[in-house]
Design a protein around this ligand. Structure first.
Ligand code: SAH
Length: 216
């Protein structure tokens, strides 16, 4: 009988072998957060397969390799303040929260109320206390900025301007942009400090961003 801890370790070993994870801190965070705790009981057998899982309301929990890739691109460090748009299950926020410990916090926003409440309950049950879940349209930004890091777990037609305004001058924003397949785009201040430099990091697949700066 393979225990759930062994399944989790095997998945992380596999992500390391396949080159999705390079940073030992990201590997540690993936080994620390119980992905099964963010799924309904009937779906828990899927927790350690490297693929997205449906979580209701036509939304998905991202695949572990995508969570890992995004954590690495964001260069998450202890003490940072992070804004996530698209809480979904709460799993990705939980991994981010681990990476900004000690001293860091995650504010995560979810536009679908039942998902926001469910994620909040899952985070509490998993003992993750440095995540604040807000039921709101995150594309408009939130109170409490500026943030060191901002990321979207849903695909936007373009980077929502209010989010760039909430990013610290040395901050990083990561977002899937455009139609299926989307491009994963990383934005930082340009060398002059007046505009934004965007890097295309490759293709990815995400559910669409809704709300004021969303698809519809
Ligand atoms: N990070 C999540 C992935 C969730 S999928 C996880 O690990 O489970 C993306 C989520 O973004 C969906 O739950 C969707 O409802 C939410 N979303 C879409 N548009 C949004 C918006 N404008 N503000 C906040 N959340 C939004």
């Amino acid at each position: 009988m393979v225990t759930i801890h062994e399944q989790r370790d095997r998945l992380v070993d596999d992500l390391l072998d396949r080159g999705y994870v390079h940073d030992p801190r990201v590997a540690e965070a993936l080994r620390f957060v119980p992905r099964e705790a963010f799924l309904e009981a009937r779906d828990r057998s899927l927790a350690y397969e490297d693929r997205p899982v449906w979580i209701g309301w036509s939304q998905t929990m991202s695949a572990p390799h995508m969570v890992a890739i995004m954590c690495e691109y964001l260069d998450l460090q202890p003490g940072q303040r992070v804004l996530e748009i698209g809480t979904g299950s709460g799993y990705h926020a939980a991994v981010t929260a681990r990476l900004v410990e000690p001293g860091g916090t995650v504010v995560t926003t979810e536009i679908i109320e039942p998902l926001a409440s469910r994620a909040e309950a899952c985070l509490r049950r998993a003992g993750i206390n440095n995540v604040e879940v807000l039921h709101t349209d995150g594309s408009r930004g939130v109170e409490g900025g500026p943030f060191d890091r901002i990321y979207l777990t849903c695909s936007a037609p373009r980077i929502p301007p209010p989010l760039l305004e909430e990013l610290k001058t040395d901050g990083i924003l990561l977002a899937p942009i455009g139609e299926m397949p989307s491009r994963l785009v990383r934005a930082r201040r340009d060398a002059e400090g007046t505009g934004w430099a965007e890097e295309d990091l490759g293709a990815c697949a995400f559910v669409p961003l809704r709300g004021a700066f969303g698809v519809a």
